[in-house]
Ligand binder design. Sequence first.
Ligand code: SF4
Length: 367
Amino acid sequence: EFTRPPTGVLAPRRRTRKIRVGKVFIGGDAPISVQSMTNTLTADVNATLQQIAKLTAAGCDIVRVAVPSQDDVDALPAIASRSQIPVVADIHFNPKYVIAAIEAGCAAVRVNPGNIKAFDNKIAEIARSATEHGTGLRIGINAGSLDKRLHRLYETDPAGALVQSALNEARLFEDVGFRDFAISVKHHDPVIMVEAYRRLSQACDYPLHLGVTEAGPAFQGTIKSSVAFGALLAEGIGDTIRVSLSADPVQEVKVGGKILEALNLRPRQFEIVSCPSCGRAQVDVYTLAEQVTEAMKDMTIPIRVAVMGCVVNGPGEAREADLGVASGNGKGQIIVKGKVIKTVPEDAIVETLIEEANKIAADFPEQ
Ligand code: SF4
């Protein structure tokens, strides 16, 4: 009998206010969303929309575009109206662009108060315009552009300075009756970042956008983000995430999605359970695992496939998967839902697994 042991989430989600970013909600009981950012010139509408389409296909829920110039502002109406997912304008330095982005139909605007001089006296105008258009905001605090007034505190308590900056800016919006915003307090050091978000989540109930900023190239950035997000999400902290990588943003979306899947915060799709191989392996596990992953990575049903190098843990792990192979003696026992259905030669393992996966997919109820 095939029975998979129960799993679940590590902590109840912390209750936050819910805000709307176009067709996506952030906070409250809304699913944790994955964000990314285009790296095209925003003014190049076609290139930007093409990249947004790729990000959407990879599972991105919300996309941000940089708006450093008037040409970029001018491109926003076309991008916002033609993107399949909500578009957030990322604005530094120029408060006029914030209003322009709201009027252009962006679903939200990210403001960085540390970089917007004379921002404080524009708050009422921004809040009024955002309310009128149903636009959300993100107060995006970043260690690299922290308000100068907090530099002293930052030297001794960087997490405290990030939180203080966020709360100061939040209060300015609260004072004019505006609360439809998320907050981020990003830092490149996961330890400081985790500490900042923990404290922020104690201090307010605004939805939190998690990010380890400037996390590095794909390998390091994936690890830093996974560790930091994992620590926070395991405590129920975090409503939307952005993995920052010095790499193709599609990669960011995939990593973000997998982090949520790993913690059962998003339904799992294809998942491989493969052993590290050792002196007992009777098959080339690495090649087999790569080939299976490559062949099945785009499956949209929740399917767990076990690829095991020998019979020590092989049959057990394969039994807990939907589908698996336990190798031995140049052959592979193919296991479906806990039962060995056949034994095939090593060079037929991958194709047999794919065949069986397709059968499972065909029987999977329409979503
Ligand atoms: Fe080694 Fe077998 Fe375990 Fe793979 S399943 S790591 S080959 S003992």
